[in-house]
Design a protein around this ligand. Sequence first.
Ligand SMILES: *[C@@H]1O[C@H](CO)[C@@H](O)[C@H](O)[C@H]1NC(C)=O
Length: 309
Amino acid sequence: MASVPKLSSVITWVLYFIPVYIFVLEPILRPILSGPFKPTDATNLEYEIWESEIPLEDWEETEPPLHLQDDSRISPEDGVPTNCPGEAPGYKLHLLSRTPLVIYIENFVSDEEADHLVDISLNKYSPSIVYDGVTERVDPSKRLSDRALLDRDDTVRCLEERARSFQGWRPHLYIERMWAQRYNTSGHYTYHYDWAGSLARGGDRISTFMVYLGADCVGGGTNFPRLRMPAGNQWCDFLECEEEGKPVQEGITFKPIKGNAIFWENLRPDGTGYPETWHAAFPVTEGTKVGLNIWSWYQPPRRKSQKNT
Ligand SMILES: *[C@@H]1O[C@H](CO)[C@@H](O)[C@H](O)[C@H]1NC(C)=O
């Protein structure tokens, strides 16, 4: 007659099984249970478009926000050889955040490049505008600065190429025509995102380089209230750190330092925007700050061929 095992021996076997499961069975089963390992190749990362939400016929009728043929808005790779004037600066990278990717770039442009870009921006400035999704208008309460569209001379093209190679020459990435932004005393830009959530309509700003070309100013820091101050005081060269008696601002604030840049990714791999990239240009309290925006658009090819298949 089969005997019922005693409760104590059942418990003993269960106790033996736990380490066997943790150290032997689980590692063996893990790849089977979690599906095949998918390597991520960052340089060929294809953004998933929310095709399920957008009927393909709508895709074709909607104009993409950025026209690939429009030279006034993007800087196409047109085969003009890159002829970089002067010494390449040899920049130095500091990783601030992995998700979203935020990299501080020391010496992204040389002093000569920065001065040249400021020179070619003079006489081209007009008041910066804000865009609410419908109209463009000047609104000094939100944004008080002047902006200048830069001609694509050798230095600008050299910088376009630097921005492209920094991002691994990713496919479907287009550098937007570069704008210098000049902030006089009291100039500022309130909190905003650089992305528009428009990838589903054809393209969006996948990344931003915020380069400081001129920083003869007090104030004018670039604040990210949703990013956290890294531990240690190594970052105090680039970020405003707590001073006695002075409350530290929310999040982190980059000091304007000529030649240095902040690079960040605006979009998650699924194409949605990172809320952590919410940022502002704090008011300049003395002097003038000149910034340079290098925005990269991600605009996958439109899928006309799929419509009739
Ligand atoms: C900034 O200063 C320049 C030079 O004085 C001036 O032409 C420009 O209108 C000023 N811009 C703003 C937004 O105050």
